[in-house]
Design a protein around this ligand. Structure first.
Ligand SMILES: Cc1cc2nc3c(=O)[nH]c(=O)nc-3n(C[C@H](O)[C@H](O)[C@H](O)COP(=O)(O)OP(=O)(O)OC[C@H]3O[C@@H](n4cnc5c(N)ncnc54)[C@H](O)[C@@H]3O)c2cc1C
Ligand code: SF4
Length: 329
């Protein structure tokens, strides 16, 4: 049996200091990821610092129509905030399509961004996994990889990033605010998620004891007309095979502004920049949408078991854009 200590922090600096004091210290928010992984022997913290009493659970409007979401705001609470529903429907929808009602009531926004991959080999402490045990190999490369990534992969890791809401936040150019032993940082969300490359064990640029304090979403009028579509093996309580966050503004029948990001298909929440560029100034038609989707997926590296995701992703992108532009072209 391994000893595991528990402490409850009452202020932000105290939480950071408590984790910083020990190499094996970690933050505990809702516990919906952390506790599972400790039980499965995948993570082995010696100290869990409970951060649930920290004053980081508010969702505030920012000047210019943006939002500041506290890291401890719960998924279910954020999904219901009127300003989120009205100004950023893709955030609300992505949250409500994630996990289950009970989990969403516990799960925090900061914890959601830091959740670990759902690759079954990562969670099986007996399998080789470069992410869990660097240099041990990747069992998924030659294993059961139907749900794995086709974009952003490396020969070291092909696990998909599991978060739904992160996909919407990437489409919206959110900024992750942190505080740690080295001070405060603001990290663009696209830089917050790292590609696996040769170091799949490093998933984000946070240093030890660096705490996410808030996520800021800049005002984006285009997001008022936005959608999050999620395709999965069953209708609830399941991670995405493919998901799409989309927002679009049409002017005179052509695409004047567009945001697109993909989930379930890449090693990080994937901003579909090639498709965005291909769409700008093009007619808002199914033909343009399909062409742009094909351009985005040209870089895909599928494997026999997950090759179906290439076609599914393209169709999902067309569906999302068509849903938003129905009757406008
Ligand atoms: C059965 C199941 C189904 C799920 N389905 C989905 C789904 O469909 N879509 C989806 O998006 N998610 C899904 N999830 C994941 C769920 O959303 C995450 O587990 C949850 O958001 C994590 O938040 P938490 O507060 O519980 O984090 P915790 O479990 O407490 O922590 C997770 C990690 O984040 C770190 N951490 C927590 N807060 C901070 C912070 N403020 N700063 C720095 N580090 C921090 C912890 O140290 C830990 O490493 C599912 C989970 C389960 C168990
Ligand atoms: S895909 Fe990544 S997480 Fe899964 S076994 Fe390979 S290295 Fe580990």
């Amino acid at each position: 049996m391994r000893p595991l200590s528990y402490a409850r922090a009452t202020d932000v600096d105290g939480a950071i200091a408590a984790v910083a004091r020990r190499d094996d210290g970690a933050f505990l928010a809702g516990g919906t990821t952390e506790v599972d992984l400790v039980r499965q022997n995948v993570l082995r913290p010696g100290l869990l610092v409970d951060i649930n009493d920290l004053p980081l659970n508010r969702v505030e409007d920012l000047p210019g129509g943006g939002l500041r979401i506290g890291a401890l705001a719960r998924m279910s609470d954020v999904a219901r905030v009127p300003g989120v529903v009205a100004r950023f429907p893709m955030i609300s929808q992505a949250l409500l399509l994630g996990a289950s009602a009970q989990l969403r009531n516990m799960a925090s926004m900061g914890g959601n961004l830091c959740q670990r991959v759902r690759c079954s080999y990562f969670r099986d402490a007996a399998s080789p996994c470069n992410k869990r045990d660097p240099g041990s190999g990747c069992a998924a490369l030659g294993g059961f990889n139907r749900g794995h990534a086709i974009l952003g992969t490396s020969d070291k890791c092909i696990a998909t990033h599991p978060s739904d809401v992160a996909v919407a936040l990437v489409a919206l150019d959110a900024v992750v605010h942190t505080r740690g032993p080295g001070g405060e940082m603001a990290i663009g969300i696209d830089d917050f998620f790292l590609l696996p490359g040769d170091t799949p064990e490093r998933e984000h640029p946070l240093e030890h004891a660096e705490l996410i304090t808030a996520i800021e979403v800049p005002g984006a009028p285009v997001a008022r007309r936005s959608v999050y579509l999620k395709f999965r093996d069953r209708e609830s309580y399941e991670f995405a095979l493919v998901s799409v966050a989309a927002a679009v503004r049409i002017q005179d029948g052509t695409v004047a502004e567009v945001r697109l990001a993909l989930g379930g298909v890449a090693t990080k929440p994937w901003r579909a920049r090639r498709a965005e560029t291909a769409l700008l100034g093009r007619p808002a038609s199914a033909t343009s949408f399909a062409l742009a989707a094909r351009q985005e997926l040209a870089a895909a590296m599928p494997r026999p078991m997950n090759a179906f995701k290439v076609e599914l992703t393209q169709r999902a992108m067309v569906r999302a854009l068509s849903t938003l532009t129905d009757g406008e072209a």
